[in-house]
Design a protein around this ligand. Structure first.
Ligand code: MTE
Ligand code: MO
Length: 366
């Protein structure tokens, strides 16, 4: 890699199947969900996936303040006690990283090499954001609100603090929550303590952690994480389209027991209940999950989600016969969107919702 602090330097090339030392280092820092926890509506807190670009800032919550600044008529700031004194709302939300599935694309973008596991559902506790923005009175001509985190670093030689924005229309349309709690406990440092936002129905990058500032802008926010990444691009010079709502997707809880290294599965012949999860963006319900069993797609049974923005459970019975099997699952949402059988290509490896395939070896009952 060339000097990473040099502006405009390209990311190193990747080779299909071979992961670089840098990618393994990123994977060590940013853990994924354990697929066996998909049996639960709520992901056990310590197993929720993590994606942190720079360092986790260790913030003293007794002095932390959230500042509303910029083009507001009535800017103000709040400390954590004041924030926790606001009307409380808890909401189960399925969060997925836009880079989930990146390692299954070819050529692979040099970044966090997720396979399937950058997804989880937590019950987030906080207060609705929109009333606070109203209280700060955005001036006429405000077109964007920037959400700035306390963490900073370099990407492609560009120094920046992590920041994302939402337009006034998006604030109206999305149920954005200002969050201090996760599954009934205070936020953990790695999940954004003491304060973050959760943008339900969108990929995770919008849910800014370690929130310090909400800035009203009369021009569109041009921070690195808003304009220089998180865009769908087919080639180097493609201006692309922004990444926002989550694409329909499903995962299977791998049945039986795994091989330690390959994660391929082993079980005995006979009846087995397969189960998994399915979700889509913007609170659009899941209407169908099909599972590829013995080379035919079969309809799974759906169990209702615990909230509008939480994933749906599914189960299906399978009479496992001896041999090597490839099982896959495919979800469809109420808009009729369904998962592709081949990974959709994107330069940065975003939003790969290809069907989940699991290899299962079934042994004869002896
Ligand atoms: N300040 C800040 N917020 C951030 C990030 C970050 O690196 N810094 N990563 C984003 C990305 S890409 C994702 S997928 C989610 C992950 O949230 P989690 O680590 O709590 O699962 O946080 C988002 N918010
Ligand atoms: Mo992400």
């Amino acid at each position: 890699m060339r000097n990473p602090f040099e502006p405009g330097q390209p990311k190193p090339k990747t080779e299909d199947g071979l992961f670089s030392r840098h990618e393994v280092g990123l994977a060590n820092r940013n853990s994924g969900a354990l697929l066996e926890t998909l049996t639960r509506d709520i992901t056990p807190t310590g197993t929720h996936y993590l994606l942190t670009h720079f360092d986790v800032p260790m913030i003293d919550e007794t002095t932390h303040r959230l500042c509303f600044e910029g083009a507001f008529e009535a800017p103000f700031s709040l400390d954590m006690d004041e924030i926790r004194g606001l009307p409380v709302q808890s909401m189960p939300v399925t969060l997925e990283c836009a880079g989930n599935g990146r390692s299954n694309m070819s050529p692979r973008s040099h970044s966090m090499p997720w396979h399937y596991e950058a997804v989880g559902t937590s019950e987030w506790t906080g207060t609705p954001l929109a009333p606070l923005i109203t209280r700060a009175k955005p001036l006429n001509g405000v077109v964007d609100f920037a959400f700035l985190g306390a963490d900073a670093g370099f990407d492609k030689g560009v120094p920046h603090a992590f920041g994302r924005s939402l337009t006034p229309e998006e604030i109206d349309a999305l149920d954005v929550l200002l969050v201090w709690g996760m599954n009934g406990a205070p936020l953990l440092p790695q999940h954004g303590a003491p304060l973050r936002i959760i943008v339900p129905g969108w990929y995770g990058m919008a849910s800014v952690k370690w929130l310090t500032t909400i800035r009203a802008l009369t021009e569109r926010y041009d921070g690195f994480q808003q304009v220089q990444t998180y865009r769908f691009r087919k080639h180097e010079n493609d201006p692309g389209e922004p990444v926002n709502a989550i694409r329909v997707k499903s995962l299977l809880v791998p049945p039986g027991v795994p091989d330690w290294i390959t994660r391929e599965r082993w079980l005995r012949e006979g009846p087995v209940t397969l189960q998994g999860r399915a979700w889509s963006g913007n609170g659009v319900p899941i209407t169908r999950v099909e599972v590829l069993l013995d080379e035919t797609w079969q309809e799974a049974h759906l169990t209702p989600p615990v909230g509008r923005y939480a994933w749906t459970g599914w189960t299906i019975e399978w009479a496992a016969r001896p041999g090597r099997h490839m099982i896959a699952c495919r979800a469809t949402d109420a808009n009729g969107a369904t998962q592709p059988l081949e990974a959709p290509f994107d330069m940065a490896g975003f939003a790969n919702n290809v069907v989940h395939r699991v290899t299962v070896h079934v042994a004869e009952r002896t």
